[in-house]
Design a protein around this ligand. Sequence first.
Ligand code: PLP
Length: 427
Amino acid sequence: MGAIVELSAADLEQRLARVRAEYERFRARGLKLDMTRGKPAPDQLDLASGMLALPGNGDHFTEAGEDARNYGGLQGLPEVRALFSKMMGASPDRIVVGDNSSLALMHDCVVWALLKGVPGSPRPWSREAAPAFICPVPGYDRHFAICEEFGIRMLPVPLTGAGPDMDAVEALAADPAVKGMWCVPKYSNPSGEIYSEAAIRRLASMPTGAPDFRLFWDNAYSVHHLTEERRQIADILDLCREAGHPDRAFVFASTSKITLAGAGLALFAASEANVRWYLARAGKRTIGPDKLNQIRHVRFLRDDAGLQRHMDGHRRLLAPKFAAVDEALSARLGDTGVARWTKPAGGYFITVDAMDGTAQRVVELAREAGMALTPAGATSPYGRDAHDRTLRLAPTFPSLDEVRLASEGIALCILLAGLERARAGRG
Ligand code: PLP
């Protein structure tokens, strides 16, 4: 249909009327579709259904011959830490295995840092005047929620397509009140971007005003490829050590989107001092994690090759859904100039930048047509998207047919909101 900015006033009116009529027809279908949260679909969970019978009766002994049904084993079984060593980029002694949620580990690390400080802290973070975190945008709303919950100021920096704007990060990190930074370095939530080696090197080596600055390195999607190429990123723990900042990174991941999202394993990796710090705090909180689940994961995945093979199964289910979104958006919006969107090579999300000033309207139009979208602004700290343009689409949970239908509907809403805005702009 061509770029809408080039339409004459009469053509714009005509187009608006036609698209509005199409939208009304779509709305009249009374659909109920949900593209809000990045959850695995039931068929993805079925890939791990073999786990439900593990460990079998009598098979509850660890490699060291210990009874996994009992208390203890705070750091996690050595065989589980070995299984995830490659994925975490750390030797097994630098890994801790927790229970089912890496978000819970991040939450605990923030709370412990506030109350106790981290290795190298002159005082607990809560005793600083106004501790702050650097927040790449668009980012993960639950990271921002942790900061908001505990009164940590959030300092947004733009993402570039290959990681955060490092000039902006370095300028902010020079302030001693800036204690940390959220990073989702691979197949990021929601932009899908992969941090470049140059950006990762700068994060590891930049001077920071705070001696106890921490990168919260949330590698939630490290093995969640959508193409046959298994993309690798630079190893943050190695680079921090080489740069003389061995304690700078806390690395997190989990098997929530590898095995079972409600019954996976959460993982923490860091320097020796950080692991000691973590275990000293964790030991007050629990007598030990669920080691039967750890055994279950070892029996099921076996080794890194088994883990990668398992992820191939996810890719085969997910890649068609991501392709369906791209096809629907391209078909409807291709040359209109009202939106740009990502084509991620991994992860769980597609980010759409609609026309400035229209994201809230798109979400409203979608809701009225029976489609739930993540609230506009959710991917920015405090829910404030200064441009009101970023939308996060989560195509993993609905069926392929539902994704196709929802994407057509969303494209229609983006176009209608863009046309409305273009008309308002011309007065
Ligand atoms: N980190 C990121 C970037 C995520 O997108 C998600 C879930 O969507 C999580 C963490 C949650 O991880 P977990 O299930 O291990 O708590």
